[in-house]
Design a protein around this ligand. Structure first.
Ligand code: DGL
Length: 280
């Protein structure tokens, strides 16, 4: 299945959201061969325990490695927050999560040094973002938004109900932020689904608040790490040569749904998806 001479990058998410990271990776590393796995049968991870998320994430990472991945991108905030160490221990190739890269881009953007992180319940409960932000000298408010993933999965990215749910979450976050004495000027999307609500978020937030996700910074970090590992030495690729990348897609549930919904996340049609059984 692999293409000789190409660096093979495994990208993993609990579902479709990680395709926003793949979307950023494609123009950064156009000469790579990508293996994307969405564990759609077991999504959402964001409401599950650390032990369960770690088991699912390790199984998924091992599958990608068995397909020949030379490098793994954990394009799922929940898996990065709860299971990065477990994945790194189980893997034999370099592994990158999205929490540290997201916090790094918030640090570069924030003038007030106060950041609002929107994420799943499990990611918030882990406080992985609070730690990563603090390491960059940022204060943070972490707000769990458990209703957003199901709304996005339903394709309701521009519906009045989604607008209203978002408005309530942001209002609560603003109240919590004020009570804690924070004045955030940056909102970090700590869930790979949330970039699909960027338009609604932009409408709901003051103009001077920056909205960030970790897709772009993660893609840049992967490229830099691969260059330092000399994996791209023979590829002569430049960012922008987006059409050369080869992508293979795998899902643990309906391939039809993956094609339809996934194309929306990736921003281009997905033709072929292989069904994978990772058990329960
Ligand atoms: N991919 C997950 C994340 O980025 C969101 C979906 C889920 O809960 O599984 O946190």
């Amino acid at each position: 299945m692999t293409t000789p001479g190409k660096v093979r990058i495994g990208v993993f998410d609990s579902g479709f959201g990680g395709l926003t990271v793949l979307r950023a990776l494609l123009p950064q590393i156009p000469s790579a061969e990508f293996f994307y796995l969405g564990d759609t049968a077991r999504l959402p991870y964001g409401s599950k325990s650390q032990a369960t998320v770690a088991r699912y994430a390790v199984e998924s990472a091992q599958l990608l490695e068995s397909y020949g991945a030379d490098y793994l991108v954990i394009a799922c905030n929940t898996a990065s927050a709860l299971a990065l160490d477990a994945i790194k221990s189980a893997a034999h190739v370099p592994v990158l999560g999205v929490i540290e890269t997201g916090a790094g881009s918030a640090a570069a953007a924030s003038a007030t040094r106060d950041v609002l992180v929107l994420a799943t319940q499990a990611t918030v409960d882990s406080h992985a973002y609070a730690r990563a932000c603090a390491a960059h000298g940022l204060r943070s408010i972490e707000k769990a938004c458990p209703l957003l993933v199901p709304l996005i999965e339903e394709g309701w990215t521009d519906q009045p109900v989604t607008r209203e749910v978002l408005r309530i979450y942001l209002q609560q976050a603003q109240t919590e932020s004020k009570a804690a004495g924070l004045a955030f000027d940056t909102v970090l999307l700590g869930c790979t689904h949330y970039p699909l609500l960027r338009g609604l978020l932009r409408e709901a937030l003051p103009e001077d608040v920056t909205i960030l996700d970790s897709a772009e910074s993660t893609a840049q970090r992967v490229r830099a790490q691969l260059e330092s590992l000399k994996s791209l030495a023979t590829n002569h690729s430049r960012p922008g040569d987006a059409n050369v990348a080869v992508c293979h897609f795998f899902a643990t549930d309906s391939v039809d749904k993956f094609r339809t919904l996934g194309s929306r996340f990736l921003g281009q049609p997905i033709e072929k998806v292989e069904l994978i059984d990772l058990g329960g």
